[in-house]
Design a binder for this molecule. Structure first.
Ligand SMILES: NC(=O)c1ccc[n+]([C@@H]2O[C@H](COP(=O)([O-])OP(=O)(O)OC[C@H]3O[C@@H](n4cnc5c(N)ncnc54)[C@H](OP(=O)(O)O)[C@@H]3O)[C@@H](O)[C@H]2O)c1
Length: 387
């Protein structure tokens, strides 16, 4: 008890110091109001103050398609794929168990991550929690003999085969939410929806979702088999879904929204700079125009702005990025990925801060005024997402 008080006191002391230090630091010109507001103390309700724990829930989708999940999910991808070096399997499993212990009930993987290794990890780490948590996965990218071909294959027979294989790797008998990873122009979305409807009837899939699709595709798909969630890239450096009608369509139809890469692939966490070396064999960031050294240098102004905003509130830039998404709508559930307990803790606390709508508005206007250098995807990847 005494020890726990000490920790609480020192934490309060830290927050106060952080706020005072922040006040003394230089701020971008003209941003005094939002950046120098009264420091807000985090609300640790539901937490014991020492360990971050998610206590709030959100609902993705409605009616029979609805799924209740923790405020924040966990993206497993980077534990084996596309985010450079990662800890060994035992360490990753331990971290995934920590996430479960701390109340996370939504975990995200896909067949293409690895390929296959990420689903295998998810199965080994998380199948024991079946019924308590949701491990969602994705089909669509063609994988032959364990290797991605770069092509799409959402033909009904392939979806069925992928479903069976995912069930085996995830060590379960039913997938809580099965997303189409990318639209397949060769297969009408109604045929994909019909196949999923059959898999739902058979109990092999419980719900479904789509990634990076247009409002037209969402409407056609939803009419055949109600969707639970759309998963697309969305964060302060990429707000296309606000403009292209996707978020509005989700709101109208009662479909949940799961923003992927919510910290912009780590960039808004502030640990990446122009000298960061991405693993040439396991990191797609080196192929993305937004992650060239020049783009990183230019876009660092955005991270600096998030850090300045966070200073007076005791928030890190990653927490600002996640909290901004969370306040957008109660049916939005970001899925940040991490390989570190410290980052998990930090991310889970993102919903504990109080920031007013005016403050958020001023922050987003400030960020919107900074041009983002470099496209999010290269030409080949861009063809698959359309926006
Ligand atoms: N549907 C799709 O097409 C699609 C595409 C991409 C991703 N996704 C999903 O979205 C999930 C997350 O995406 P993502 O990994 O691309 O991006 P992200 O969650 O925005 O960023 C992950 C990166 O940020 C770092 N990070 C996490 N917390 C941090 C913190 N508090 N401070 C500083 N750095 C932090 C992580 O490194 P550390 O390990 O060092 O913490 C990791 O490299 C994936 O796991 C996947 O499930 C879906």
């Amino acid at each position: 008890m005494e020890e726990s008080n000490k920790i609480n006191i020192s934490r309060r002391g830290f927050l106060k110091t952080a706020a005072l230090t922040g006040a003394a630091l230089a701020m971008p010109a003209g941003l005094n109001k939002v950046f120098a507001s009264e420091p807000q103390q985090p609300d640790f309700s539901g937490n014991n103050g020492n360990t971050a724990r998610i206590t709030r829930h959100r609902v993705l989708g409605k009616g029979a398609a609805s799924m209740e999940v923790s405020d924040l999910g966990f993206g497993i991808m980077g534990m084996t794929y596309n985010r450079s070096q990662h800890p060994d399997k035992k360490t990753c499993i331990r971290l995934l168990h920590e996430a479960v212990d701390r109340g996370v009930t939504l975990f995200d993987t896909a067949i293409i991550y690895g390929p296959l290794t990420n689903e295998l990890l998810a199965g080994e780490a998380l199948s024991e929690f079946k019924g308590r948590i949701h491990v969602t996965t994705k089909f669509g990218h063609e994988v032959i003999n364990g290797k991605g071909t770069g092509r799409q294959d959402s033909r009904p027979s392939t979806i069925r085969r992928y479903c069976e294989e995912s069930l085996r790797r995830l060590r379960t008998d039913s997938i809580p939410l099965f997303y189409q990873h990318r639209f397949d122009p060769k297969v009408p979305i109604e045929d994909v929806a019909g196949t999923i409807a059959d898999l739902i009837k058979e109990g092999k899939v419980q719900r479904w979702g789509l990634c990076e699709v247009s409002p037209e595709v969402i409407r056609k798909a939803h009419a055949v088999q109600p969707l639970t969630a759309i998963q697309s890239e969305y964060h302060l450096m990429h707000r296309a879904v606000e403009e292209n009608g996707v978020l509005e369509t989700c709101r109208e139809l009662g479909i949940g929204f799961v923003p992927y890469s919510p910290i912009n692939r780590g960039f808004m966490g502030g640990c990446i700079n122009e000298y960061t070396a991405f693993d040439p064999d396991n990191d797609n960031r080196q192929t993305l125009p937004r992650f060239t050294p020049e783009a990183i240098r230019a876009n660092t102004r955005i991270v600096n702005t998030l850090q300045a905003f966070g200073r007076t509130r005791g928030m890190t830039s990653a927490q600002v990025a996640l909290a901004w998404l969370l306040q957008k709508a109660s049916w939005i559930v970001p899925i940040p990925g991490t390989t570190k307990l410290a980052h998990l803790e930090e991310n889970l606390r993102a919903s504990e801060f109080t920031v007013t709508p005016d403050e958020w508005k001023e922050l987003e206007e400030t960020i919107a005024a900074i041009p983002v250098t470099g496209n999010r995807y290269n030409a080949e990847q861009q063809k698959q997402v359309g926006f």
